[in-house]
Design a protein around this ligand. Structure first.
Ligand SMILES: Nc1ncnc2c1ncn2[C@@H]1O[C@H](COP(=O)(O)OP(=O)(O)OP(=O)(O)O)[C@@H](O)[C@H]1O
Length: 250
């Protein structure tokens, strides 16, 4: 079996007396979509914060691409190839979808924003940006201002921007939140097509999306992982049904 791209080893985080992350150990393999699910308040956002580096764990280790990154800043983790898809905040609405992705490619290449005015003239850059947009189903929306895209299209653009940094791992923090059924189905289809090319950790409330996408699912309850397994194993796990899915089915 190949080495995991991400390993969480005994992570703990407390807010005062509240244990929000309770000895969490799990890994993400190259090319795998590993979903983290759990009831409201189970600690998913806090866990994502610790992985991306916005929060420090009290205990435990985070190993990313073979290096201990537990004490590294968010910026350093991002440069090491850890991309977090923030909820739309990365998009510049006055720029076209293509320009948004082109800027991310430039950032990866080490250029800063003062090259902005050259973006529209660089054909190779535009072509590369176009490929990311096509991958995300936005090929025919490349020249639309990002601010004029639908909510679901913005979500897709945000993922295209994240992928343009060529990450080793993409953290997807509720990509389906606020999208309608049709847009969710479209995003699921797109992410399914990307499957195998990128390692992804997916935190998502939409269970049909999670079960359609994930290779493995970890279930958090009160900050602790109560089960990790294939969608089939998770669906049939009595602990999970009791703690979480059973509740929804009821
Ligand atoms: N900065 C903080 N200070 C104190 N308590 C916090 C803080 N951030 C989160 N919590 C608490 O930690 C627990 C876990 O919160 P978290 O947002 O990680 O859960 P979640 O699984 O992402 O929830 P949801 O599904 O509703 O987004 C909750 O009880 C929350 O109130």
């Amino acid at each position: 079996m190949s080495e995991p791209i991400l390993t969480l080893d005994g992570l703990e985080k407390n807010f005062g007396a509240l244990r929000v992350t309770d000895k969490v150990s799990l890994d993400v393999l190259p090319g795998e979509i590993h979903a983290v699910i759990g009831p409201n308040g189970a600690g998913k956002t806090t866990l994502i914060g610790q992985i991306s580096g916005s929060l420090r764990p009290d205990k435990g280790r985070i190993v990313f691409a073979g290096h201990d990154v537990t004490q590294l800043s968010m910026d350093k983790r991002a440069r090491a190839g850890l991309a977090r898809s923030f909820q739309i905040t990365t998009i510049l609405p006055e720029f076209t979808a293509r320009e948004n992705v082109a800027l991310a490619i430039q950032a990866r290449q080490g250029h800063s924003f003062h090259f902005l005015k050259n973006v529209s003239k660089d054909e190779a850059l535009n072509a590369e940006a176009g490929r990311y947009l096509t991958d995300l189903g936005l090929g025919n929306r490349a020249d639309v201002h990002a601010g004029a895209l639908s909510h679901g299209e913005k979500r897709s653009l945000e993922i295209a921007i994240a992928l343009a940094s060529e990450p080793k791992l993409l953290l997807l923090d509720e990509p389906m939140a606020g999208t309608g059924r049709e847009e969710t189905d479209r995003l699921v289809e797109i992410l399914n097509r990307l499957k195998g090319r990128y390692a992804m950790m997916l935190v998502e409330h939409d269970m049909s999306a999670v079960f359609a996408l994930a290779d493995r699912i970890s279930v958090l309850v009160y900050g602790a992982v109560v089960a990790t397994g294939t969608p089939e194993e998770i669906r049939n796990d009595p602990k999970v049904r009791e703690a979480y899915l059973g509740e929804e089915a009821a």
